[in-house]
Every structure is written in structure tokens, then in C-alpha cells.
Design a protein around this ligand. Structure first.
Ligand code: 2AM
Length: 178
């Protein structure tokens, strides 16, 4: 529990958030699964690039300054794999051939604090699901044109997300849009 006067910390992460039409296609795919996990709502589907955890206001400002220095082009993603993690137990949508530009952007946004080698690009479809073996899936293509800074557990509500700022992927550094 935060003490009186203690500045609030926010759980922050950078992510790619699909536009509604792509999110809907991904959610359709998730609905067709025979796995028994708790589905992630359509508007919460995303690819986490860098999870920075509990951040102070100064940490958040440093993350925003880092994002403003990011130089990355639009990133073409093709989701064609389904799989499961055992810890935590979840079903994910992934890529058989993730583009290098995705790793480069994630590494930049992770910075020295987070190990870039631990970046496993995926979209969580279901939580608390029984494990499954990875398999191929009809591909869903998405040209990611922006990345976002989001808050997890926004307003103290577990499982809710709030997008705090967006940056376009244009190949040039740009100020935030929120
Ligand atoms: P997940 O979907 O694989 O669970 C917001 O919580 C996002 O950050 C989620 O996409 C979640 O990934 C990811 N996340 C949460 N805690 C994390 C942690 N300790 N390390 C890495 N990613 C984490």
C-alpha cells in the first residue's frame, strides 16, 4: 500500500496495439480456439515490446524521452503461429519469422535495464489456459504504424490498460501524439 504523500508508481510498458479491424480478426481467431483459457478482450490485444514494471514519474519521463528518440519504419508483422507458455499459463499468437525491425525497436525501448534477448514477440489470446503445442495458423498480416506507452492496471484495476502516448513509425524520430 502506498503511504500518504508517496508518489504513485505506474506499471508501464511499450507495445504495438493493433487497429480495430486487425484486433477483430485476431479475436475471431481466438474465439475459434478449442482451448479453455480466459479470453483477452479484443481492445486489450497487443504485442508487448518492453515491460518496465513499476515506474516513478521520473522513470516515466525518461521512457517518454527514450521513445521520442526512437527511429523505426512501419513494421510488417505476419502472425501465423499459435502456442502456449506454461509460466504464466497462456495461449499466444506469434510469428514464424518476426522481422528484425521489431527486435530493433524492442531492444531500443527496453534500454539497458531489460535484457533484449528475453524479448519473445507474441499476442496473448487467453490466460489461465492448459498448455498446448505450437502449431501453424492461417496468417494474419498487420503493418504496425505506431507504438504506444501504456499503463497496466490503470486506476488500480487489475487487467485494465490505458494508452498514455503514441509515436508513429515513420523512420524518423517524432514527438508523442497524446
Ligand atoms: P503477457 O501478455 O505475455 O502476459 C501488460 O501487463 C503486458 O506486459 C502484458 O502483455 C504482459 O505480457 C506483459 N508483462 C507483464 N508482466 C511482465 C513481466 N514481468 N515481464 C515481461 N512482460 C510482462
Amino acid at each position: 500500500m502506498a503511504c500518504a504523500g508517496e508518489p504513485k508508481r505506474q506499471r508501464l510498458f511499450f507495445a504495438l496495439w493493433p487497429p480495430p479491424d486487425i484486433a477483430e480478426r485476431i479475436a475471431d481467431t481466438a474465439r475459434a480456439l478449442e482451448t479453455n483459457g480466459m479470453p483477452v478482450a479484443c481492445d486489450k490485444l497487443h504485442v508487448t515490446l518492453a515491460f518496465h514494471g513499476a515506474c516513478s514519474v521520473a522513470d516515466r519521463d525518461a521512457l517518454i524521452a527514450r521513445a521520442e528518440r526512437a527511429v523505426a519504419p512501419p513494421i510488417d508483422l505476419v502472425f501465423d503461429r499459435l502456442g502456449g507458455f506454461e509460466k504464466p499459463r497462456l495461449i499466444w499468437l506469434g510469428m514464424s519469422d518476426p522481422p528484425q525491425a521489431l527486435y530493433d525497436l524492442a531492444a531500443f525501448l527496453r534500454g539497458p535495464a531489460l535484457d533484449a534477448r528475453r524479448f519473445v514477440p507474441h499476442i496473448t489470446l487467453q490466460r489461465k489456459a492448459a498448455p498446448i503445442s505450437a502449431c501453424a495458423l492461417a496468417p494474419i498480416g498487420w503493418r504496425a504504424r505506431e507504438f504506444v506507452l501504456a499503463e497496466s492496471g490503470a486506476n488500480g484495476a487489475p487487467g485494465s490498460y490505458r494508452i498514455l502516448a503514441r509515436w508513429p513509425l515513420t523512420g524518423e524520430a517524432a514527438p508523442s501524439q497524446v
